[in-house]
Design a protein around this ligand. Sequence first.
Ligand SMILES: C[S@@+](CC[C@H](N)C(=O)[O-])C[C@H]1O[C@@H](n2cnc3c(N)ncnc32)[C@H](O)[C@@H]1O
Length: 227
Amino acid sequence: MSDGEISTELVDYVRDLFAPSTEDFEMLTRGAKDFGMPEGWEISPDVGRLFQTLCRAVGAKSVVEFGTFAGHSALWFARALPEDGKVLSIELDSDYAAFTRSQLDRLKDSEKIEIRIGSCLEMLPILESEVEASGQKFDVIFLDADKAHYPEFLNWAEGVLRKGGLLLADNVLRSGSWNGQKLLDTDADDPRIIAIRKFNQMLATHPKFTSIIVPMRSGVAVGIFDG
Ligand SMILES: C[S@@+](CC[C@H](N)C(=O)[O-])C[C@H]1O[C@@H](n2cnc3c(N)ncnc32)[C@H](O)[C@@H]1O
């Protein structure tokens, strides 16, 4: 029996208990603000902790993420990986990439993070060739940029994710940047909403993924690739 919605107070309770604020992440947030980056684009600490838990569950060593921004998610991932683990983070904005690199360089575990400048859509064939050449597929793929192309990213993931690997995606339920429209608005015409509805439908019915949307924060899709 449900006792109503989880209150903000309870959400904060979970965050404070499992992912309390630390100076490293606060430094990234402060730096981003001073640099003039938009506020609140990074994953929240409780989502970061969820990702760490999932990475540990699948024994992840390699992560590719789309959308570096101020480095929060990259650092959450890096800190869940073993010493020889690697996070490849793709960022379109070269100023963000350079600034975030300089920020991360001050922090432990940042040597596991490589930031690569480019459009994630254009990066797909390059990453695919690299995976083919190395024979090493990714353990985790995290989608957090270019939301109008999530369906294409899902199709691409099938070729570069190892069996038992994780597909993660943020903003699959809501976002502050959909021109005021909502996922379930019947007349929504924002291309990102249309793409995310398609992505959610594809993932829910995908024969090669066991998946769910965790209704945390902006909605996080989690899929295990069954190969
Ligand atoms: C929501 S933020 C990422 C937040 C980050 N993953 C975190 O949680 O800390 C999205 C980032 O993707 C970048 N971006 C936007 N379009 C992109 C594209 N087509 N390819 C790569 N990066 C893109 C933006 O500049 C922005 O920094």
